[in-house]
Design a binder for this molecule. Structure first.
Ligand SMILES: C[S@@+](CC[C@H](N)C(=O)[O-])C[C@H]1O[C@@H](n2cnc3c(N)ncnc32)[C@H](O)[C@@H]1O
Length: 287
């Protein structure tokens, strides 16, 4: 992923016989993202997040979804009655989200924004960042920057909920996985592989659209953070770690889970204290 400042994706030239065009992550995938992810139950996911907002928050109304992709969860949060807006670094994904909101006649704003540079947003009561989007922050310093940015746009006491996928998930499901599918107007194949040494998960897509003819490739990279590293960084961020949950449950999250949801509360604007990481880890035992 690159910054929010990058230009909207240029139209892919139709060059019969030429090799595949290498695209930035999500530039080529955006038009078929919803098809590829059609197994994901966004209704259930949004309900789960709502249950966490109600459990840990106090009358959350103004909500933003960061790295919202094509807006599937954002539109669910709108349906649930939140004042919600969606932001994503990929102009192609935001285009799809906007088109969907227009088609569904839903008054939800979507804008291109990088997690690490949120600009003028807020203050809002809560921010969420779902479906392992946080793993796209490739450098540990990016996590600190993103946390600082989310802290900045939240009201005092505001909540931040994000999830990450774990090494267990990569090793168990995506260490060397290939699949291929044909959808309306396209075929794609995917190779997922995990570099254990670098803790990097790769997902390489090769997509051929009927229209064009167009052949694109894009490789996604995600850093698989250790949960205790995230806990340590959260401890230095001006947030309190309220809980971390295993998957979509209320069980304590651990490295054994495939996915862990973290729930953070913004400390007061006046001098966020920085207790030792050990203090923060008290609530996050189980790693
Ligand atoms: C797996 S998709 C999830 C999208 C959406 N949250 C969902 O549940 O369908 C990951 C998303 O993260 C976005 N993303 C990656 N890095 C980002 C960054 N630094 N800032 C904002 N969005 C980012 C991508 O553009 C992509 O839309």
């Amino acid at each position: 992923m690159t910054s929010s400042d990058r230009d909207a994706p240029s139209p892919v030239p139709a060059v019969p016989g030429a090799g595949p065009l290498e695209r930035e992550a999500y530039d080529g995938l955006a038009p078929i993202y919803d098809y590829v992810m059609r197994h994901v139950d966004y209704v259930e996911w949004a309900e789960y997040v709502r249950s966490l907002l109600e459990r840990h928050g106090d009358g959350v109304q103004r909500l933003i979804e960061l790295a919202c992709g094509t807006g599937n969860a954002t539109l669910e949060f709108d349906r649930l009655g939140y004042d919600v807006a969606g932001y994503d670094a990929s102009p192609a994904m935001i285009d799809v989200a906007r088109g969907k909101a227009e088609t569904l006649r839903r008054d939800v704003a979507f804008a291109v924004r990088d997690l690490r540079r949120l600009g003028q947003i807020g203050p809002v009561d809560a921010a969420v960042c779902l479906y392992d989007s946080f793993n796209y922050l490739l450098q540990p310093g990016d996590v600190d920057t993103a946390l600082a940015e989310v802290w900045r746009v939240l009201a005092d006491g505001g909540l931040f909920i994000f999830d990450v996928c774990t090494e267990e998930n990569s090793l168990r499901h995506f260490s060397d996985m290939r699949d291929a599918e044909e959808g309306p107007g396209f075929v794609y194949s995917r190779h997922s592989y995990y570099d254990r040494e670098q803790r990097l998960q790769f997902n390489a897509f090769d997509i051929r659209y009927d229209e064009g003819p167009v052949h694109v490739r894009e490789t996604h990279r995600q850093r698989i953070y250790r949960c205790d590293e995230l806990v340590e960084r959260i401890g230095r961020s001006g947030f309190d770690l309220l809980a971390c949950y295993d998957g979509f449950s209320l069980r304590k999250g651990s490295e054994k889970a495939n996915r862990v949801h973290f729930v953070l509360r913004r400390q007061s604007a006046a001098a966020p204290s920085s207790p030792s990481p050990a203090d923060r880890q008290e609530e996050a035992q189980g790693y």
